[in-house]
Ligand binder design. Structure first.
Ligand code: SF4
Length: 113
């Protein structure tokens, strides 16, 4: 299931993580929420494919360790994903849309302020 494009109204803002917001629920190690409000990544949808990190021209993302995190893989089965693409520099985003378009599980939503 892709990221909910309306997450800012359907989910609760629970904390700041570095320079970006996190929308809940977050119950590590199973749930880590949605990270980012401009470059938003649903950590329950992210399968650590890494294409976003590869294609971003301004290095918005960094791997975040998520030990023990279980996420559905592309077949819908539970799989261990011990890292997630965290949008640590979302304020640097130039809205090229490459990450959102190329993410294989549609875990990313770009929201221009
Ligand atoms: S939209 Fe483009 S610049 Fe922004 S995070 Fe995605 S790949 Fe990087």
């Amino acid at each position: 299931m892709p990221i909910d494009p309306n997450f800012q109204t359907t989910r609760q803002l629970i904390e700041d993580h570095g320079e970006h917001k996190v929308y809940g629920p977050a119950e590590p190690p199973l749930k880590f929420g949605i990270h980012g409000a401009v470059v938003a990544v649903d950590f329950e949808v992210c399968i650590a494919d890494g294409v976003c990190i590869d294609v971003c021209p301004v290095d918005v993302f960094e791997w975040m360790e998520t030990p023990g995190c279980m996420s559905p893989n592309e077949s819908g089965q539970a799989a261990l994903e011990e890292k997630k693409a965290d949008p640590v520099r979302e304020s640097d985003c130039i809205f090229c849309m490459a990450c959102e378009v190329q993410c294989p599980t549609q875990a990313i939503k770009i929201i221009q302020p």
